[in-house]
Each structure stands twice: as C-alpha cells, then as structure tokens.
Design a protein around this ligand. Structure first.
Ligand SMILES: Nc1nc2c(ncn2[C@@H]2O[C@H](COP(=O)(O)OP(=O)(O)OP(=O)(O)O)[C@@H](O)[C@H]2O)c(=O)[nH]1
Ligand SMILES: [Zn+2]
Length: 374
C-alpha cells in the first residue's frame, strides 16, 4: 500500500492502527485496499482510493453492512477486497467523529471524519444566536472542531456587534466574511489546508452554496457601478488555487465528497445542511458551560432552579449575569434532545421516556452531586 497516495484523502495513523496484522500485511501487498466513501445513492456506494485522481470506484457492500445509512456514511474509511472487476467492502474502520441526524425516527449517519464543521450564518436579520448554540452543541457532541463563519458582512456597518455576540459563545474559531469582499475570504485560508475535511451547515440563504462555489473556483459575479454610473458584472477573484497541470481548475471528483484545487475535502451530502440535535447532551454542556458552572454552586444538590433559596441560576437571571433567553434556549434544547433520543430508541425507550427526560433535565444536578461527593 502506498500510504502517501491516501494522505491527500485524509488517511492517517488513526485508521492504520485499527487494522489487525493480517489486514495490515494484505494492505502492504495490495491484496486489500483502503477506500474513503465518497458518495452513497441508495444502494450505490462509491469510494476514492489510492488512484483517487482517476475518479470514484463503485464498491459492493455485503448484507452485514445493510442498511448502509446505519453502518457508514460519506467520509468513512473502508477496507476493500478486489475480485476481478469488483471491489467489495469487507471492513468499516472506526471514524474519528461522525455527524448524525434523526430521519423518520431513525439515526442516520451524515458525514464522518471531519476536521472542521463550518457553521455558516449571516450578518443580517437571519442571524440567530440560538441557532448557533444548537449547531455548536452538535459539533461539540460529535467531537468536531466548529468554525463559525459569519457571512454577508457587507450588509452591515456593525460587524463588530455581530462578532462580539458570537464571541460570547466562547468559540475559538470565528471568521467574518463576505462574498463581495474577496480579501475577507483569505481569513478562511487557515482552515483550508490540503487533506483537511470540512462540512458546512447553516440555514437556507446564508450563503453556503456561494461559499462552496468560491472554494471551487467557480466564478462568482458581483454587480458593480462604475464611475459613469453604469451597472456591470465583475468576476470576483476566488481563493482556491488553480492547478497548473491540465486537469483543469475545477477538480470535483464526486458530488458528495469534493476535493478542491488546494486539496481541501468538502463533504456535502444531501440533508447535511439542516441537522437536528440527537443525543447531544455532552455537547450541550460544553455549549452552555456557563450555566453548568453556575448550577454547580446552587445551595441545594437537587436544586430545580425554580424557587429554591440560594439558587445561583435564579440569582444570575435576576441580576442579568445570565440572559433569560440563553437559559430558556438551554432548557428547550435539553428537552428536544431528550425527545429525539427517545424517538431514536423506539419502543424500548418509550418506557424509559420519563427516565431519559428527567435524566436530561436533572443532568446539572447529578453533576453537582458528584462534584460535592468528591
Ligand atoms: N450581500 C451578500 N449576499 C450574499 C453573500 N453571500 C451570498 N449572498 C447571496 O445570498 C443568497 C443566498 O446564497 P446561497 O449561497 O444560495 O445560500 P445557501 O446557504 O446555499 O442557501 P440554500 O441553498 O437555500 O441552503 C444569494 O442571493 C447570494 O448571492 C454575501 O457575502 N453578501
Ligand atoms: Zn439552582
């Protein structure tokens, strides 16, 4: 196996070390091959392997990995055996992280092995901190590093106000951009390195497609008015480098796992852009770290933060240290999360409903008890 041929696809030691001795040896002798899943359309599965520049290869999937959506998704790595013309999946390697959603009350894998989750929002009336908190919780829960991309900064003269609000969420990566300000796009360069895998989420109209187009060097037009007051269309310079070989500047190898000219990988599977929370409890605790901290100092272990004396939450709500909307949103997301977890588990969970629900709501308190018990 020529490992260096797989590195541009995001292959790393993490995957290699999962293989047993026999598989490892067969990979070395090319008896077996590693492929990254690049597209799934119903039962048709495609992957990119060491010869990824030649395009996708169709992979056959045994019964034991059906239904596919529950076993693996775009971005996963699989071990493949070749027999004549056919490539057959024999093993799915554990993912470093996976984004999942709830579809018809079943958990469905959406994307795997992401380095960054771009959470795209826009600097206009669509801006919603609540939505950002929701997406952040999802990223933290899946163990994917979030990058908040505030797009359309050309539409406001209060960019800093927007950025300050986002900073309050204690996110490391925040970038303000505009498709109409090419220089602003350079701020994304830090995340756009070869072999890095990125997925994008965000509500409709924030500019995800526009951003993808820019990253893939497709021309983005803008309307400008010249000195003579004549409207004209100008191409915006894009940030993806142009390959100097004749493979062309648009190097999309598939529609679901895309590789741009700089070697950055994007996962854009159908439905990934609008994801619901599923079992994101841990992520919620990280996104609402301030609340968890406060609750740990309530006077009573089992404080319900309703009426109890010495309740730090009530206190903080009273003196404005904790915004009511932030607290309300936390409770709403906890409930939604508990509900989703219940739906996903089906009939068994129906019985467990009260348990799951109260567990989610009481999560803060139990954490509190543990801390006190130490
Ligand atoms: N003013 C301004 N408009 C932008 C910018 N980026 C995108 N737009 C416009 O916003 C609209 C929506 O952009 P899209 O890229 O289609 O948004 P999207 O997030 O892909 O939307 P969906 O496809 O519905 O998910 C389009 O009319 C874009 O031209 C920007 O930076 N500034
Ligand atoms: Zn309390």
């Amino acid at each position: 196996m020529n490992i260096s041929r797989l590195q541009p696809l995001g292959w790393s030691h993490f995957f290699l070390q999962q293989t047993d001795t026999q598989t490892f040896e067969k990979l070395q002798s090319n008896e077996l091959q590693a492929f990254r899943i690049s597209a799934i359309h119903r039962s048709v599965i495609k992957g990119l392997g060491a010869n990824w520049e030649e395009g996708e290869v169709e992979l056959l999937c045994p019964e034991s990995f059906q239904p596919v959506s529950e076993h693996f998704c775009v971005g996963d790595w699989v071990i493949v055996e070749q027999a004549h013309e056919h490539f057959r999946i024999i093993e799915v390697l554990d993912a470093e992280n996976q984004l999942e959603r709830l579809s018809n009350q079943k958990r469905q894998l959406m994307a795997a092995n992401l380095d960054y989750l771009f959470i795209v929002t826009s600097a206009n009336s669509d801006f919603s901190l609540k939505r950002l908190e929701r997406y952040l919780a999802m990223a933290y829960d899946a163990n994917i590093e979030p990058v908040i991309v505030l797009n359309k900064i050309d539409l406001t003269d209060k960019v800093d106000d927007f950025l300050d609000q986002i900073r309050d969420l204690k996110v490391h990566n925040i970038v303000g951009i505009s498709m109409l300000q090419p220089d602003s796009l350079l701020l994304l360069k830090h995340f756009l390195t070869a072999g890095t895998t990125i997925a994008m989420v965000g509500s409709s109209g924030v500019g995800k497609s526009s951003l993808i187009n820019v990253l893939f060097n497709q021309t983005v037009e803008r309307e400008v008015i010249d000195q003579n007051n004549i409207r004209m269309i100008e191409d915006i310079q894009t940030i993806g480098g142009i390959r100097d070989d004749d493979k062309g500047k648009h190097t999309t190898t598939s529609r679901q796992l895309l590789i741009n000219a700089d070697g950055v990988l994007f996962i854009d599977t159908p439905g990934i852009r609008e994801l619901q929370l599923l079992n994101a409890q841990n992520g919620l605790e990280m996104a609402f770290h301030d609340i968890v901290q406060l609750a740990q100092h309530c006077k009573f272990n089992n404080c319900s933060h309703q009426t109890e004396p010495g309740c730090k939450i009530l206190n903080a709500l009273g003196n404005g240290e904790l915004a009511q909307s932030h607290w309300d949103n936390y409770q709403k997301l906890l409930k939604e999360d508990a509900f989703n977890a219940r739906s996903a588990q089906g009939a068994y969970a129906q019985k467990q409903h009260m348990k799951t629900f109260s567990k989610a709501i009481n999560r803060i308190q139990s954490k509190h008890r543990q801390d006190k018990g130490r």
